[in-house]
Design a protein around this ligand. Structure first.
Ligand SMILES: [Fe+2]
Ligand SMILES: [Fe+2]
Length: 214
């Protein structure tokens, strides 16, 4: 499997077109691609920060295993829907930001507290859409993803606090993001405050992200 030449991802089928299994499968294929990228970035983090605290490295390894499981469950569901992982384009996405991931704080800020946090909005939204068209299997899959993602975000937040004891966590997060990433990347278009609370994100952070303009 190779990367698609274009780094810009093609638009996913809009929600009103989720009535066809083919369109839902296209969504699952894209998400599986994100999961595989997460596995790769986490493996990168393990090799990039050999001197990070042992508990941090253990947590990253544990998360990596869960991401592998996510790839597996997406692959299984896709095969039921008649497609194979790799049938559609794969994108570089997270890899673009790897040069910025020079410290564990930057890693948790970009990976756990931006991309995984945004999935606290996207995954339930897609799950609800699949359920609306009677695809309970894909909806259940998305529910599992959300459940695990809450823990992944929680891991990131607790390590942001442990690694940067001074200052406000929100400010520390903002200053650890690459200039290529706007804070808005940490949310979807329907904002789940509740999932963030479950991940232990404080109220002031939830509010600031909700109204963040850039
Ligand atoms: Fe995942
Ligand atoms: Fe995750």
């Amino acid at each position: 499997m190779g990367f698609h030449k274009k780094t810009k991802e093609q638009k996913l089928p809009a929600f009103q077109f989720h009535h066809t299994e083919d369109n839902r499968a296209v969504c699952l294929h894209r998400f599986a691609g994100h999961e595989l990228l997460a596995v790769e970035i986490m493996a990168h983090a393990l090799t990039a920060f050999p001197y990070a605290p042992k508990a941090f490295r253990k947590g990253v390894a544990h998360t990596l295993k869960e991401e592998q499981e996510h790839v597996r469950i997406y692959m299984k569901r896709m095969s039921e829907m008649g497609i194979t992982f790799g049938d559609l384009p794969l994108y570089k996405h997270f890899w673009t930001h790897v040069p910025h991931l020079t410290t564990p704080v930057r890693y948790v800020s970009v990976m756990s507290l931006t991309f995984e946090m945004a999935n606290l909005d996207f995954a339930p939204l897609y799950g609800q859409s699949f359920a609306r068209f009677g695809d309970t299997k894909s909806a259940a899959l998305m529910e599992q993803i959300v459940k695990d993602e809450i823990n992944h975000v929680s891991f990131g937040f607790s390590w942001l606090k442990k690694l940067q004891r001074d200052g406000n966590p929100w400010d520390n997060w903002m200053s650890s993001l690459s200039p290529k990433i706007s804070p808005r990347r940490a949310r979807g278009f329907v904002y789940s405050e509740d999932n963030r609370r479950k991940a232990g994100i404080p109220e002031d952070w939830i509010t600031q992200l909700k109204y963040s303009k850039y």
